[in-house]
Design a protein around this ligand. Structure first.
Ligand SMILES: [Zn+2]
Length: 120
């Protein structure tokens, strides 16, 4: 039996653009368009090994700061790109075939993989 209770949890109520100072509140459309970057710098990082790097940008500042390098696409563009990439797939060159529902139903492949290479 599970006995449930409720507890308060923290959440981001407002977000402030680190570049222009725009303040957006949760529930506002602008809030959903913010981009937050948070990373821990690695051994060879220019930010210093182990340092935390964070920034919150509104959509305007994201476009102003990174616009030329952003890859903006829509669902149609992504589907077209995927179809183009799949069209280049050649089973003779790349090996194998696309899995079919029949492959999922075959228990033989799964049992061979579980045996491992030295089990003969
Ligand atoms: Zn901004």
């Amino acid at each position: 039996m599970q006995i449930k209770d409720v507890r308060p949890e923290s959440f981001v109520k407002q977000i402030c653009c680190d570049r222009c100072g725009l303040l957006a509140e949760v529930g506002e459309a602008e809030f959903q368009e913010f981009v937050s970057i948070e990373l821990k710098a690695g051994y060879t990082s220019i930010f210093g090994d182990g340092n935390d790097v964070q920034i919150d940008l509104c959509q305007q500042c994201l476009k102003t700061s990174l616009g030329p390098w952003l890859r903006v696409s829509n669902a149609t563009t992504r589907t077209d790109l995927l179809q183009k990439q799949l069209g280049r797939f050649d089973p003779d060159r790349h090996g194998g075939e696309f899995p079919t529902p029949a492959d999922d139903a075959s228990p033989a492949l799964g049992s061979k993989a579980a045996e491992g290479p030295g089990s003969r």
